[in-house]
Design a protein around this ligand. Structure first.
Ligand code: GTP
Ligand code: SPV
Ligand code: MN
Length: 599
């Protein structure tokens, strides 16, 4: 047990407020994990999968109202509204606390209050941060066991006077005496709040049990709160995968890539290179914390300990390493549980004879609803939770407390038109422009995002814990500090389609061809073609051997339609106008230069 007064006082204060039946301090042990899972199986919340096919693994079905992050219920409650900026929902912290204290009052009746001490980053690492999550969800506890480092050693590092980030979570479903619990307790949408008190580094989440809404170490702490701390402390907290690529001579390149939710980070992080002699290892698949370290280079750690990955589309062909990572000790949420008690999802690449769908209803492939629409077995945002250590291509240095030196930044999104497969920024400031104007077509990772194309600067739109203009300035300033040690910046689009709607690029493992081109650019081995939008591969430099891609399709894939691009700049201008008057002059300058290059 801890002697940290602040922690003990906070837990007592929350106990009095939420009125749980009991309080339990988590120790992060396997015994604790097994016991909680057994309890959830007994209560009917969890399904134990076949022990031979999927050892020590469990499936859950959430409530249909609780299947993804809810951006409209996510708040930055800074004292000053201008600190939240135009990309966040702002609420006055005093007002929000009043509303939420009413909701929290007695919200854990009939439940256990769990205290989870966790570390984001290797325990004791100079870049790591300690959080304490209080939750009434045993599902959250078991997921946090996998996604973060939980245990008594965290309390030891915290000591008597150490600082922690308080993360309060409740599913928002108190139980009356004798009331039977639902399989997935949660509150209705309009009572859900995912709140960040950024002036006091505090997180309050209420009403949801799913993903980033409830596993508070992830988006809430490691991105929204951390990005705000990073800005003041001179480091970076980004929505980026981290990988190491090694060339045939054994030279190592470290790449950090920012794609919006459900746009290919987990896939790229575990990529199986199709280029002879080039090898890829995974360091992280979602979040990077980066600090300037030795020789003035930028060093990155993965603050997480597990993967919370999109299940549908994960197959032997697309991402065999993710599939291997979930072969045991995994949690599945909202997938199909097959008749023989294993899991299945759309595009898993195997046959399924039937089972229970993500709503726990009887289901068979090909089933249609009353309107003749195919009923999906797995929810499009169904997820697996698995320990990163189980990934066969996890990099031996993935837990190095000092991190790995980043050579390359990649930005991107899901664009069926306009954006070519790859282009390189002329310099770091141009790279910041590319990151700032990243845009994507919508995916299932957020419940309530419906517009056609959304700008998603640095894939951080839902995760920047402060004003987007200040955030972009911070990027420029990091570039100033890094100087010629700054990573080289690239922009990719794996998702371009032809007029018939067919992918123009095979993607997945074949993306290694694009990474190889980047590494050779960094090494200075090859030139590039200068276009108005950036630097692109010279003929023959992007390895296409063995690919079934016609020269017409390749031309279409790489096409830069200056007219179309020019038109899209009006949208960029309009988007920048929404940033308000403190927009970085350097960003405007980049836009103006691009406009004149396109003339
Ligand atoms: P979050 O966990 O939400 O942050 O998502 P993510 O960025 O990790 O996305 P993920 O790798 O899970 O990919 C999401 C979807 O994109 C899956 O359906 C993939 O099959 C698909 N995808 C990933 N890479 C490629 C690619 O290179 N080409 C194509 N066509 N699809 C891809
Ligand atoms: C994302 O949406 O970017 C995710 C899933 O990684 S969640 O943890 O729910 O935010
Ligand atoms: Mn993500």
């Amino acid at each position: 047990m801890t002697k940290n007064r602040k922690l003990l006082d906070w837990v007592e204060e929350i106990r009095e407020l939420c009125k749980p039946d009991s309080v339990y301090w988590c120790d992060g042990s396997k015994e604790e994990y097994d016991r909680l899972m057994n309890e959830m199986v007994a209560s009917g919340m969890a399904i134990r999968l076949d022990e031979k096919k999927r050892p020590n693994s469990f499936a859950f079905n959430s409530d249909p109202s609780d299947v993804a992050r809810v951006e409209s219920r996510t708040y930055i409650a800074s004292k000053k509204q201008e600190d939240a900026g135009p990309t966040n929902n702002w609420i006055d912290p005093t007002e929000l606390k009043k509303t939420m204290l009413d909701l929290y009052d007695g919200c854990m009746k009939g439940r256990t209050l769990y205290v989870i001490p966790f570390s984001m980053g290797p325990v004791g690492s100079p870049i790591a941060k300690i959080g304490i999550e209080i939750t009434d969800s045993p599902y959250v506890v078991t997921n946090m066991h996998i996604m973060t480092r939980v245990g008594n050693n965290v309390l030891e590092v915290l000591g008597e006077n150490g600082e922690f980030i308080p993360c309060l979570h409740s599913v928002g479903a108190p139980l009356a005496a004798g009331q039977k619990d639902s399989r997935w307790p949660c509150a209705p949408i309009e009572e859900k709040y995912i709140a960040h008190f950024t002036d006091e580094n505090t997180i309050w989440s209420y009403g949801s049990g799913y993903g980033g809404n409830a596993l508070l170490g992830k988006k809430c702490l490691a991105l929204r709160i951390a990005s705000n701390m990073a800005r003041h402390e001179g480091w970076m907290a980004e929505h980026m995968l981290i990988l190491r690529m090694t060339n045939p001579e054994g030279k190592k390149f470290h790449i950090a890539a920012a794609f919006p939710s459900a746009c290919g980070k987990t896939n790229l992080a575990m990529l199986q290179s199709t280029v002879e002699g080039w090898n890829v290892e995974c360091i992280g698949d979602d979040i990077a914390w980066m600090k300037i370290g030795s020789e003035g280079k930028l060093y990155a750690i993965n603050p997480e300990a597990g993967f919370f990955g999109v299940a549908p589309g994960t197959s032997k062909e697309s991402n065999p390493m993710a599939l291997a990572s979930v072969s045991s000790n995994a949690i599945f949420t909202n997938v199909v549980v097959t008749d023989d008690n294993d899991v299945w999802w759309e595009d898993m690449g195997t046959e399924c004879s039937g089972g229970k769908d993500w709503l726990n209803k009887d289901w068979k492939p090909g089933m249609k609803d009353a309107n003749g629409k195919k009923i999906l077995g797995a929810h499009p945002n169904s997820r697996f939770t698995a320990p990163a250590s189980q990934c066969p291509v996890i990099c031996p240095d993935w837990e190095d407390p000092n991190g790995v030196p980043i050579d390359i930044f990649i930005f991107g999104g899901r664009r069926t038109t306009t954006i070519p497969l790859v282009h390189e920024a002329f310099n770091f400031n141009h790279g910041v422009y590319l990151g700032a104007t990243a845009a994507s077509e919508p995916t299932a990772a957020a419940l309530d995002v419906v517009q056609k194309l959304r700008f998603d600067p640095f894939a951080m739109k839902p995760f920047i814990g402060y004003h987007v203009s200040d955030y972009i300035d911070h990027w420029f300033e990091m570039g100033d500090k890094l100087g010629d040690q700054a990573p080289r910046c690239f922009y990719v689009n794996w998702f371009r389609k032809d007029e018939q709607g067919k992918w123009l690029w095979p993607g997945f493992g074949e993306n290694s061809r694009v990474l190889k081109w980047m590494c050779e650019r960094v090494e200075g081995k090859i030139d590039a073609v200068e276009t108005p939008i950036g630097l692109m591969p010279c003929k023959g430099d992007l390895l296409l051997d063995g690919l079934d891609i016609s020269s017409e399709d390749y031309a279409e894939l790489m096409k830069v339609d200056t007219n179309l691009f020019n038109k899209s700049l009006d949208d960029v201008g309009e988007y920048f106008a929404s940033f308000g008057s403190n927009i970085s002059p350097r960003l405007i300058k980049e836009l103006d230069s691009l406009r004149s290059r396109l003339q």
